[in-house]
Design a protein. Structure first.
Length: 350
């Protein structure tokens, strides 16, 4: 692999503000938090002027709550990054925490052969509040996006989430706390960097792109997928209506433990009927840590016989966005199923 080509260091980072708690304020009528203009965020952040890296900004107008994140917004983010790719060392995306792991996972697939940092961050408290975690998260994310190694290449050329001292691979991350400052973790993959007094990078775990090739942006995602969780007492009549939806192309099935399902003939029949008509069914675990191994127990063997494929140690956010991406780019269901079991950009353990 030819990796000799190195882009010049520009000492510039693009900060993209989509919305989220970090830039929120209290509505004077309801008292509820709502997104505010980006100028309000900067007015509460005098440290911004002290950064050694030049920072330009781009704002979603109006800013959105992350619950309203959509495929169209993901394409917008990809377009912003692609259009400005050669002008900046890296990119920081300010984003609400609720769907941050979905966006980070989606961007990891949509930005093929990414050679620059794209770091998502936010906060649990608005930046204008006294105890906010937003200032440290934002300042450190900008520093990480601008960090270069001795070889002149970015330290973290991949999509990441930074929160509370931990830099995580985006498509390995999931939100673990609605209230704590340690809001995110990557249970099946080591942290890429620990941010203390100094940055402690873990280079062995960071993706190494091909710098001789361009970054390829992708805008298309196919949303005809569903997440399906197994539970004791699950009923055939309810599940059947979902499985028989004519638009359905992909199912992420959250099974028990290492990939097990109830030994119910009706469930295996529905799964087999779905896979035979071209629906991709991906098996991931409901556990936050661990790997699906469908050959471990007989119940897993039955799933294999029904045409279900293993999602390995994928997060639900990664599995669903990967399916959306693959379905948008491949018509052959065999190719989709094969790629769901392989690592495209570090989303599953090989």
């Amino acid at each position: 692999m030819n990796n000799k080509q190195v882009s010049p260091r520009l000492n510039k980072v693009l900060l993209i503000y989509t919305g989220g708690t970090i830039g929120m304020g209290h509505n004077p009528d309801t008292g509820a938090l709502e997104p505010l203009n980006f100028d309000h965020l900067l007015s509460n952040f005098p440290e911004f002027a002290l950064l050694p890296t030049e920072v330009d900004t781009y704002q979603f107008t109006p800013p959105i709550d992350s619950s309203d994140m959509s495929l169209r917004r993901w394409a917008q983010l990809v377009r912003i990054i692609a259009d400005n790719y050669e002008a900046y060392d890296g990119f920081v995306v300010l984003h609400g925490t609720d769907t941050m792991a979905y966006t980070a996972s989606a961007l990891s697939f949509m930005l093929e052969n990414l050679t620059k940092p794209v770091i998502l961050t936010g906060s649990q408290l608005p930046i204008g509040q006294l105890r906010t975690d937003g200032k440290e998260n934002l300042l450190t994310s900008i520093e990480l996006a601008a960090a270069f190694g001795e070889d002149g290449r970015p330290m973290v050329p991949e999509v990441c989430i930074y929160f509370s001292g931990r830099l995580l691979r985006g498509n390995r991350s999931t939100k673990e706390s609605a209230d704590g400052f340690n809001a995110f973790n990557s249970f099946n993959y080591p942290h890429l960097c620990e941010a203390g007094v100094e940055f402690q990078f873990n280079p062995h775990y960071i993706l190494k792109p091909d710098y001789s090739k361009p970054m390829i942006p992708h805008m298309s995602m196919d949303p005809n997928v569903v997440v399906f969780s197994l539970f004791p007492g699950i009923q055939e009549n309810v599940v059947r209506h979902m499985f028989e939806a004519p638009e359905l192309r992909g199912i992420v099935m959250r099974s028990f433990g290492s990939g097990n399902a109830p030994q119910k003939p009706w469930l295996m029949r529905l799964l087999k009927d779905a896979t035979q008509r071209g629906v991709t069914v991906v098996n991931i675990s409901q556990c936050v840590a661990g790997f699906v191994k469908m050959g471990r127990y007989d119940t897993g063997f039955q799933l294999q016989d029904a045409g279900v494929v293993s999602g390995g140690d994928s997060t639900v956010e990664s599995a669903i966005t990967k399916l959306m991406f693959l379905q948008a780019h491949y018509k052959d269901v065999r190719a989709i199923r094969s790629l769901m079991g392989r690592s495209i950009c570090g989303e599953i353990t090989k």
